[in-house]
Design a protein around this ligand. Structure first.
Ligand code: GLY
Ligand code: MN
Ligand code: MN
Length: 490
């Protein structure tokens, strides 16, 4: 990557050219500055069509408006974060902003201004605040770090308005407007320090938290567009898993990183990114729940626990796990443990239906796992005692699933009564992902169990009459997994 500064040797060290002083750019001759102002074509795009989800984003803004009448609502996308020196992390906007606008641009802010209609009903007028196209007259397009010559073309405000169906304004004027504004206001915190600073004497943590919670709870039930995106995410993920199986020999010759890189290629080509750091855990690493270092060996005879998900361009992620025998065939003990987890997952999936309690699928899966542990003599029964005391958790370790959407652990700010203590409804999407993990140093189990970790994870949509497994494109039963692997390696 080139450095960002078109500098001349005599000024480079003391004065970076991007630091504009008194309207002058050191190191830029008047002639060059003048020259750079002109000779550029008008590239305004006139035939833009709105993004696919404008009806859904408008409906979401309407629901938000109805919940907070008479209040100004400020929802920032967030800013770039420095990785080191002058490099930044890849930007991902706040999910709240993306959910309500369909836009994902850094520094963007959605503001809902309270308005009263002539008939007295109150509502809101939405404005999306964005950085406009770079000015060429003052040189910012090529001299500023945010200039389009460096970071790429942005949409003009007129283009943004057409794309997102929301009037657009210059974000550089927003902080001042918010400082001067009167009346009740709430902001989604944690994304844009500048916007929060402009509002700091007008907002309270408690009221802002209510806004955050509402926006999280809005996302618990997915609309048709979101379900379509989640299916796309899963379909790409299925292809990513197939990619991995095809290159297991290369992973054996290198490391788990080969698996991470292979899946990442699929995610970047078909989607936006991976939805979370891929867990490419071979052998005993499968027992480390968040194994994302992925720097270990991949060995024939071991299991590979691959937990990975493609995130679509609209930010919806899959979250799928398969535990695969590296050499294509489960050993006896691996199969015994795998089949127990499969049975637990089947029980969990069967418990996902409208009207069921959210906790039911977890309880159903845990019961099966506890039964197996008792049957194998690893813990003393009866099963009821084991469940009551949670003794199975030494080996089951984590909850059996979570909501899935724009965040892998979606709707995390939702209140307990609407999520964990809630009831399943059509349109919810959740993972069912039981596991059994026998740590390599767990002396409480026979040696043959040690270092084996198995998780099976699928993405399940609650339907009107039960559920649909969005990730059914990947086999789960042990014999079907072996047949599938053989067909891909063949
Ligand atoms: N991949 C994270 C999880 O399964 O929850
Ligand atoms: Mn998960
Ligand atoms: Mn997962």
């Amino acid at each position: 990557m080139a450095e960002e500064l078109p500098e001349t040797p005599e000024t480079a060290e003391e004065e970076p050219i991007k630091q504009r002083k008194n309207g002058l750019y050191p190191g830029v001759s008047d002639e060059l500055a003048e020259n750079m102002k002109s000779g550029w074509a008008d590239t305004e795009l006139h035939d833009l069509r709105p993004i696919a989800q404008t009806a859904e984003t408008a409906a979401r803004r309407a629901a938000l408006s109805a919940r907070f009448p008479g209040e100004r609502l400020v929802i920032p996308a967030g800013n770039l974060k420095t990785r080191s020196n002058d490099t930044e992390y890849a930007f991902r906007s706040s999910v709240e902003y993306a959910y309500l606008t369909g836009n994902q641009t850094e520094d963007g802010v959605l503001v809902l201004e309270p308005v009263t209609a002539p008939d007295g009903t109150s509502g809101h007028r939405a404005t999306i605040y964005l950085l406009p196209r770079s000015n060429r007259e003052n040189g910012e397009f090529w001299l500023s770090g945010q200039g389009e010559l460096w970071v790429g073309r942005r949409h003009s405000l007129t283009e943004a308005e057409k794309l997102y169906g929301i009037p657009a304004s210059d974000v550089r004027e927003l902080a001042q407007k918010l400082t001067e504004a009167t009346g009740p206001v709430r902001v989604v915190r944690g994304y844009d320090a500048g916007i929060e600073a402009a509002l700091h004497d007008k907002v309270t943590a408690e009221r802002d938290e209510e806004l955050r919670v509402f926006l999280s709870e809005m996302r618990v039930v997915k609309d048709a567009f979101e379900i379509g995106e989640l299916q796309k995410a899963v379909d790409s993920t299925v292809r990513g898993f197939e990619d991995v199986v095809k290159v297991l020999d290369k992973a054996e010759a290198t490391s788990e990183r080969y698996i991470e890189g292979t899946f990442f290629l699929r995610a970047r080509v078909e989607g936006n990114d991976v939805g979370y750091g891929s867990i490419c855990a071979s052998g005993p690493h499968a027992c480390t729940l968040h194994w994302v270092r992925n720097d270990g060996p991949v060995r024939s005879g071991d299991l590979l626990l691959l937990d990975a998900g493609v995130e679509t361009h609209t930010y919806y992620t899959a979250d799928v796990t398969r535990t695969l025998p590296v050499n294509g065939a489960y050993s006896e003990i691996q199969k015994k443990i795998y089949d127990a987890v499969y049975e637990a997952q089947e029980a969990g999936i069967a418990a996902v239906k409208p009207g069921a309690k959210y906790r039911d699928f977890h309880d159903a899966a845990q019961r099966v796992l506890a039964e197996k542990l008792v049957e194998w003599g690893l813990v003393e029964g009866p099963v009821e005692r084991v469940l009551e005391l949670g003794l199975q958790r030494r080996w089951t370790l984590h909850g059996t699933g979570h909501m899935l959407g724009m965040d892998v652990h979606d709707c995390a700010a939702a209140r307990t009564e609407t999520y964990v203590d809630g009831t399943l409804e059509p349109g919810m999407v959740l993972t069912v992902e039981p596991g059994l993990y026998f740590q390599a140093d767990d002396l409480s189990v026979p040696e043959e169990y040690r270092g084996i970790g198995v998780r099976i994870e699928d993405d399940i949509l609650v339907t009107e009459d039960g559920n649909r497994n969005l990730s059914a494109g990947l086999p789960r039963r042990s014999d079907e997994v072996e047949t599938w692997m053989a067909s891909l390696k063949g």
